[in-house]
Design a protein around this ligand. Sequence first.
Ligand SMILES: *Cc1c(COP(=O)(O)O)cnc(C)c1O
Length: 430
Amino acid sequence: MPHTTPHFSYHDGVLHAESTPLPQVVAEYGTPLYVYSKAALLGNFDAYADACSGRDALVCYAMKANSNLAILDILARRGAGFDIVSGGELLRVLAVGGDPQKVIFSGVGKSVEEMRLALSHDILCFNVESIAELHRLNEVAGSMGKKARISLRVNPNVDPKTHPYIATGLKANKFGVAFDDALDTYRAAAALPHLEVAGIDCHIGSQLLDDAPLLEALDKLIELIDDLALEGIVLHHLDMGGGVGINYGEVGEAPPVPVSDYLGRVFRRIDAWRREKYDGAPIKVIFEPGRSIVGDTGVLLTTVEYLKKGDEKNFCIVDAAMNDLMRPALYQAWMGVQPVQPRSGVSADLYDVVGPVCESGDWLARDRILSAEPGDVLAIMSAGAYGLTMASNYNTRGRAAEIIVDGGTVHLVREREQPVQLFAQEKVIR
Ligand SMILES: *Cc1c(COP(=O)(O)O)cnc(C)c1O
């Protein structure tokens, strides 16, 4: 059974994005090419927005998953806020007219310059990850005559049961303030004059297919909020982070938790707690989804250059590489591979799908049965998250073009980078 999604499926033997046949976009834009579905994007965002409707809740899209301006613009106009991890990402939000009052700033290494930029635009909240950062932010805000709203990213030490490179909420991870240090850190924050303690957040990992670890983390945040309230430190928001996973189509993978089910459980737990402890006074809830908003909205199209058969392995050498899509090289991530126009009459064989980059780690998929010939186009499925945003120019390869399909209409939203652009800022010395 080929792994397809509602917006990327076969019609008359040809893979389509919505109602657009993919061979048509390849003829126009070439490969490697990222193709996104607008309907898929809106559907994913609306699943969060609908589950939050009528509540004091904010969906801050974690834009490091995919920060193309067209995607940010579509989401901003749908009401999304943004979770940023750099000053550069804030500039992208501003470039599409996004509301800084819906921006939260995460990350362990915020620079003075980034703090200034974010304060000058009055962002909603800084998610602070250490004592040292609290002090720096207090100083920067003071020097600007401002108060910075803060939340502490607490590390609840729950095991998200995901790949170690995308687990972030364990004691051994660099992220957040240890659960046992959280109370003291809040006391320190409350004593700093240029900070306003606003909330609490966590983000325990990514590609979580089950929400049990997320709900376990929620219970730990609730415990802290209650302890803080007893000391007169009242928090106004609770931020669950991101992390909801998607299906990549690997045999045997568990289905992801539906977003509406997960949010429903979060809200039921929170409502019961608020009724029991705070006479039902609500607390604002924030989510920071990345992958579950964009992951299945995109594919990476790549052309087969050569087939190289060997004694131990056969290689299907394609024109996309680890510089275009790093997830397999970085996390040994499994990505689905589908021919855009499946062939009959070519014998199937077992291949590793690899790129032209000079690294043995440059592979996109391993041990796949394919019937392919040079010139055929393959789709790397569910490549909308952590695809182009992680792309590099290694081997002086320009980054791929990106298009958004809206029904039968195709929009180029990022031009293919040309190699001469890559060294335009360099100089020789003689
Ligand atoms: C990356 C990240 C997210 C988004 O994670 P997904 O798994 O893509 O949903 C949310 N919050 C923070 C702090 C992150 O670093």
